[in-house]
Ligand binder design. Structure first.
Ligand code: OSB
Ligand code: MG
Length: 376
């Protein structure tokens, strides 16, 4: 990545809050959603504008950030620090400039992505190329929410498999785990199948979770609380299903620790969770150096954030299908002019400069709840 940086001066920053209806309610162990509200960050520079998507959710149920805390931290601390850095800004400097502000990785990631997009658009370089992509399309899995009944779940999975998704992830929680997994395995046979608990269990559930061993799952994602690394070490020794961490991995350092301790053998990489796409590449690098497979997680992104995820998922260590589904799995109308589509179970890596997708301004205007221009 060195030597390709172009410096830029930010002339305006915009925080745009949007609301998008989901095509179907999405239920996890931490709640049910029928729409996605989120924050988009736009930076303007003399040569190009750049977009970043903040993946914080409406309520702090996945992690402690929410849309309001992200907007607050951006407005009060992050944007002012970046502007104070002056004209010789480059994307790799953003994380260092923001580092004194503790936490708030999703707010930081959104701002870094907007700067990165502007810089790469000005340089004519695709984000995927910049990050180190080695492929032009990525395998797409789909994350399937908790349903009211097993037949309803089987219908949903059937639909996704018919569309070509190459791997199914079932959201689980106590009371919705062994039976739905058994039903999906029995009905659909030898498909790529994994589960995500979003911290819903404790180590005391180890014997129960070991019942999932019978179903040859690719992995179990984040069974225990975010800060329970030792619990995951113990659990990993008690069950055969490989343990994958999502919420617990907050940086390349924490990934290195989790891997060294034996808390996981697979890592879900989400740029928002680790403070940006450049740190996400470092998580990938740490995992790859340890022979640990990674895959690209998702946060119900719009086409803007999805473009960045798909670029990241094209790196060589991403050997498992990601939660990088097509736009229509989430939204009837995406905010980009060319939504992501599924082609033989894959989505194409954008090839244009920066994110390689263009916002659809009419659609955006329709979905916008508020726009805030920050003083520059
Ligand atoms: O834990 O991976 C998760 C969505 C929102 C918050 C957390 C998670 C998820 C998903 C959906 O599982 C992933 C996607 O398709 O974007
Ligand atoms: Mg997860």
């Amino acid at each position: 990545m060195a030597g390709r940086e172009h410096t830029l001066k930010i002339t305006a920053v915009e925080l745009r809050r949007i609301r998008m209806p989901l095509v179907a309610p999405f239920r996890t162990s931490f709640g049910s959603q029928s729409e996605r509200e989120l924050l988009l960050v736009r930076v303007a520079t003399p040569d190009a504008e750049g977009w970043g998507e903040c993946v914080a959710m409406e309520e702090p149920l996945y992690s402690y950030e929410d849309i309001e805390t992200a907007a607050h931290v951006l407005r009060a601390y992050l944007v002012p620090r970046l502007l104070a850095a002056g004209e010789r800004l480059t994307a790799p400097a953003v994380a260092r400039i923001l580092e004194p502000v503790k936490g708030h990785p999703m707010a930081k990631a959104a701002l870094e992505l907007a700067v990165l997009d502007a810089e790469l658009r000005a340089a004519g370089l695709p984000l995927a190329t910049y990050l180190g992509a080695v492929t032009d399309r990525v395998a797409a899995g789909v994350s399937v929410g908790i349903m009211d009944s097993v037949p309803q779940l089987l219908d949903a999975v059937d639909g996704y498999l018919a569309q070509g998704y190459v791997r199914i992830k079932l959201k689980i929680e106590p009371g919705w785990d062994v039976e739905p997994v058994r039903a999906v395995r029995e009905r659909f046979g030898d498909i790529g199948l994994q589960v995500d608990a979003n911290t819903a269990y404790t180590l005391g559930d180890a014997r129960h979770l070991a019942r999932l061993d019978a179903f040859d799952l690719l992995l179990i994602e984040q069974p225990l609380p975010e800060d329970d690394l030792r619990g995951h070490v113990a659990l990993a020794r008690l069950i055969r299903t490989p343990v994958c961490l999502d919420e617990s991995i907050t940086s390349a350092r924490s990934a290195a620790d989790a891997i060294a301790l034996g808390a996981c053998s697979i890592v879900n990489v989400k740029a928002g969770r680790v403070g940006g796409y450049l740190e996400a590449v470092r998580v990938h690098d740490v995992a790859q150096a340890n022979g640990v497979p990674v895959w690209c997680g998702g946060m119900l992104e719009t086409g803007l954030g999805r473009a960045a995820n798909v670029a990241l998922a094209a790196l060589p260590g991403f050997t498992l299908p990601g939660d990088t589904s097509a736009s229509d799995r989430y939204y009837r109308q995406d905010v980009v002019t060319a939504p992501f589509v599924l082609e033989q179970g894959h989505v194409r890596v954008p090839t244009g400069p920066g994110l390689g997708v263009e916002p659809d301004h009419a659609v955006l205007a329709d979905l916008t709840l508020s726009v805030e221009s920050l003083p520059v």
